[in-house]
Design a protein around this ligand. Structure first.
Ligand code: AN7
Length: 368
């Protein structure tokens, strides 16, 4: 290329990110939308796929591990992918009020997209078990928040009954449009890698996201956009692992409050994804989750929430099963800023407090 041509190219260059219109516009032919659908978007999607050598190196065998950093969506979690669809379709149907049960992220996302679409939102959450950042979001985005003395499973029970009885649209992942939107993350991964990964590692709560990814991988595979399908590797926290233990858990407990769910509504779909993909479900302890959370922060500069770190913790746990030269994607579903309490309690950094503001004193503390 001549120098003047190169110069002209540089001067006329506009970064692509400015042209991103959100995932419905981008993947319209793959989604159940029509010209009549009002698109309610906060420009979600197009999140980065980042290579994480600290994890690849711990596995060895020529493995390349990436994280799909979906915590960089507009409200800080993958829920935005599903919510742009669910809220757009609710708007198309003339709905004015939406409701969800939530461990936090769904409520933040539902509240934001409902506001953008000019709708009212109610969110029902387990009192005392939603991370501060998520609660703050739901309130700032204008939801009416009802904190119940019960867990997520109870809250979901209640919102299902309310949405049957009153003119309110339910936007939990039992709403099929949610999974339609969420499947686009699989599309993006295939577009970034030029193929599907060998394994997809993903945390499971209500098991909607693993079902959505599987749908997305299958659709792009059948359209000839990838050469193979990935194995779906799902992970739950050991105190909250109904899909691993094969039975509902009445009192789920884990530090990863986002996936503190004992009776996943998408159980059948997730089990089918496991079967069809020759996948595997395993559980990880809270300390394994925190170990992965710290590695990502300290060695990769990636801050995710504890539930998200379960995907990486799970991969490290079953690393002996990884075949040579594999490409693996771990889904980081939510942003670390969602749960500042967890971050401040769980890190290995040095934090000096109450220091007199004097250079000599401070430099001594710093070890000079
Ligand atoms: C960060 O917000 O269920 O298996 O109510 O917030 O599709 O349920 C959140 C779930 C993983 C699990 N990672 O996804 C809610 C909620 C994060 C999450 C999951 C959630 P699913």
């Amino acid at each position: 290329m001549s120098f003047s041509k190169k110069l002209k190219q540089l001067l006329t260059y506009t970064p692509d990110k400015n042209n991103w219109d959100g995932l419905i516009e981008t993947y319209k032919p793959w989604l159940p939308v029509s010209k009549k659908t009002p698109i309610i978007t906060l420009k979600e999607g197009a999140t980065p796929l980042i290579e994480v050598k600290s994890i690849s190196n711990r596995i060895g065998k020529g493995t390349t591990v990436y994280v799909k950093y979906d915590g960089l969506n507009p409200t800080g979690s993958f829920k935005d992918r599903g919510m742009t669809m669910a809220i757009s379709k609710a708007k198309e149907a003339g709905c004015e009020v939406v409701i969800c049960a939530s461990t936090g992220n769904t409520s933040a996302s539902a509240a934001a997209y409902a506001s953008k679409g000019g709708m009212k939102s109610f969110v029902i959450i387990p009192d005392g078990y939603v991370a501060q950042g998520k609660l703050a979001q739901a309130l700032v985005y204008g939801a009416e928040v009802l904190a119940i003395k019960g867990n997520f499973d109870k809250a979901l029970d209640i919102v299902r009954k309310l949405s049957e009885k009153y003119p309110i649209t339910l936007v939990n992942s039992v709403n099929p449009y949610r999974l339609q939107g969420q499947k686009t993350a699989a599309f993006e991964i295939i577009e970034n890698l030029g193929n599907a990964p060998d394994w997809l590692c993903i945390p499971m709560g209500n098991a909607g996201n693993i079902s959505a990814y599987w749908m997305g991988f299958q659709e792009f595979f059948h359209a000839g956009k990838s050469k193979h399908l990935p194995r779906m590797m799902g992970f739950q926290a050991s105190g909250s692992a109904p899909l691993v233990e094969g039975k509902s858990i009445s009192n789920p407990e884990t530090i990863a409050t986002a996936i503190r769910i004992g009776n996943p509504v998408n159980k059948e779909k997730a089990l089918l994804a496991k079967k069809e993909s020759n996948g595997k479900f395993s559980s990880v302890s809270d300390s394994e989750i925190i170990n992965a959370y710290k590695i990502l922060g300290k060695e990769e500069g990636i801050f995710c929430e504890p539930a998200s770190a379960a995907s990486v913790a799970g991969l490290l746990k079953i690393k002996d099963d990884v075949p040579k030269n594999s490409t693996i994607v771990c889904v980081l579903t939510g942003n670390g800023l969602k749960d500042p309490d967890c971050a401040i309690k769980n890190n290995d950094s040095i934090f000096h407090t109450g220091i007199e503001p004097e250079v000599s004193l401070i430099s001594k503390k710093m070890g000079f």
